[in-house]
Each structure stands twice: as structure tokens, then as C-alpha cells.
Ligand binder design. Sequence first.
Ligand code: GLA
Length: 379
Amino acid sequence: MDLKEKVHAAFEQRFATEGKLYASAGRINLIGEHTDYNGGFVFPGAIDKVIMAEIKPNGTDKVRLVSVDFDNAYCEFGLREEDAPEPSWARYVFGVCREIQKRGGKVHGFDAAFAGDVPNGAGLSSSAALESCFAFALNDLFNDNTIDKFELAKIGQSTEHNYCGVNCGIMDQFASVFGKKGHLMRLDCRSLEHEYYPFNPEGYTLVLVDSRVKHELADSPYNKRRASCERVAAKLGLETLRDATHEQLNAIKGEITAEDYLRAKFVLEEKDRVLAVCDALVAGYYDTVGRKMYETHAGLSKDYEVSCEELDFLNDVARECGVTGSRIMGGGFGGCTINLVKNELRDTFVATAIKRFAERYGHEPKIYDVVISDGARAL
Ligand code: GLA
């Protein structure tokens, strides 16, 4: 059964009717990690892995949900309830409903079944895909699509902040909503100005290697990283690190903790790398793109300290195989590396990574070839 059939079978079984289908995508990010909540630039794109939902208004004030991937687990909540439901998957939907209502949008009762093929906890933003799928759908079903796409992304982000305990930036939800087939987007996370870049690096392919080390962003060091950056920005009298310079940072080095210094140093370096990679991509300088990716990995590992042994190992294997660029992707603490690989090297690299990782850690990593696709949509 494909995803659509799976979702429909569950929907029909529980609700004995037919709804409308929506989907939204997970994302990759070529470069620009932990820059979004610092008002910096990121360079993501939506991928061909999605969360799909079948939804139908039910004429009540209740939301009734079936999570196909959790053994058809069922949950319902009232639209006037204050407390978020227990299962974490239902909290995302609850949060989206509440955030739409807070903004004056309409949400009426509905039935929904959903499932996805975005791997969970792999750094591919399955939660953003879930949020933007429902935000898009509820905008279509109850608001005549009057909520603009920027607001849809912010609804997802506020859901993370207010109902899931993650103080994330806007990158994941933005990529999930604005994703465009065959294109990455350079997003200025302060102004939300964005420019699409055709992504078709001739002779190269993007491969994700999923360590299958799970991370949980909520209550995790993620929020601590953000707090470090905010402390340094405040010390500099700035709203975010976006406008900070290396000179300014070095001038206050003695007045902040060594840890905060390293976090901020990484952010400033990463900010510059994103712009350099955008230019290099347009010029076809893939070696430069790749070199910057390795630099990002080193910074994320040593200065930002969001890597882990398994991801550092995968990064080393990539380098030894002659992969052009490789780095940990997403929030960190587990998940995937993203690798820019010459076509002729792809199979050897994948085989080597699987073999060596399994020998060392006792389980095989999962491999995904990236296809850049559209974001949130009705099907
Ligand atoms: C997670 C967050 C994003 C972003 C990345 C790191 O995916 O949800 O907002 O901060 O980590 O770049």
C-alpha cells in the first residue's frame, strides 16, 4: 500500500466516509545550521518525503485523529479545551488549531487520519511537515485560504514553542510550506525574504546517511544553544547575532563564558558560509560548497557541540571516501549527515558507510537519496 492508500484505509475504517487529502514535506538544509533563530540565513529545500492527511469537517466542535504510523492510535480533543492532549503527535495538531484560533482564524471540528514517510527524529523535520500539513489544510477547509503562507509557517513554529517545548527557528516550517520542486531557497530568517535557487548540481547527488541515533529536541540542549546566542546578543546590545561581527565578539570575550563565546563564534562563521555557498552553487564551484559543508560539520561538532560520536564517524568516513562535502544536518544530537557526492562515487560511498558504521555500532545506517520537491499542498 502506498501512503495515500494507507491513510485512506485508516480514515475509512474509523470514520466510514471520505475526506480531502493534503500533504506537506520534510526538508533538507544544504547549509546554515542554527542560524535561523539568530536572524541569519539558511539554505533549505523541501523533499519528496511527506506527512499526508485525509481530513473532513465533522460538524461538531471536536477534533478526532487517527495516527496511522502509531498503530492507528486514536485521540480526540475539544476545540475549546485548554490543555493539550497527551500523545505528542496529537499535540502538534492541537497546537496548530490553537495557533490559528489565536490569530482570529476559524477552526471547526474535523476528522483526520495521517501518516508519513519522513523518518522520525532523523533531522528531516517530520514535525514541521505535520504542522504545515494541518495548517495548510485547516486554512483551506475553514478559512478560504485567507491565511498567507508566511503565517502558516509561523503557526507551525509557534506550535513548537507553545505546545512542544522547542524554541526552534523558522527554517523547517518555512521550507515545508514554501518548498518548490527542484529548488533550494535562500531564506533571510529576519525579513523572511527568500530567493529560490535551481538545484541541479551536474555530476553530483545529495545523499543522506541516517545514523538512526534518535534525538529529542524538546527539553534538550537545543534550547540551551539558543539561550547562549541570546545572551551574547544581549551583551552586545543587539537583538540577534545577525548583525554581530567577529571584532565585536572578540571584544567581549573576557566577559562571557568560554562556552557562550564558542557558540556565538560558530554562528558568525556559519552566517558567512551560507552566503558563500549560495554564490559557489550558482558558479558551479562544488568543491567550495563541499569544503564549506565540512567546515560546518567541524564547527557544529567542536564549537556548537551538537554532534555525536556516530555522526563524527560518518563525517570521517565521507572524507576518507573522497566525498565532496559532508556534515551533520538539522538541530543535531543524532539524525543524518548530508553528503554532496560525485555520481560515480555514490555507490562506493554508500556501501562503505553502511559496512563501516555497522561494524562499529552494530546497526546499519539508513540511506536516502534526496529529491527536492514541493511543500504543503492539497492532493
Ligand atoms: C531544528 C530547528 C530549526 C533549526 C535547526 C538547526 O531543525 O527546528 O529551527 O534551528 O534545528 O539549524
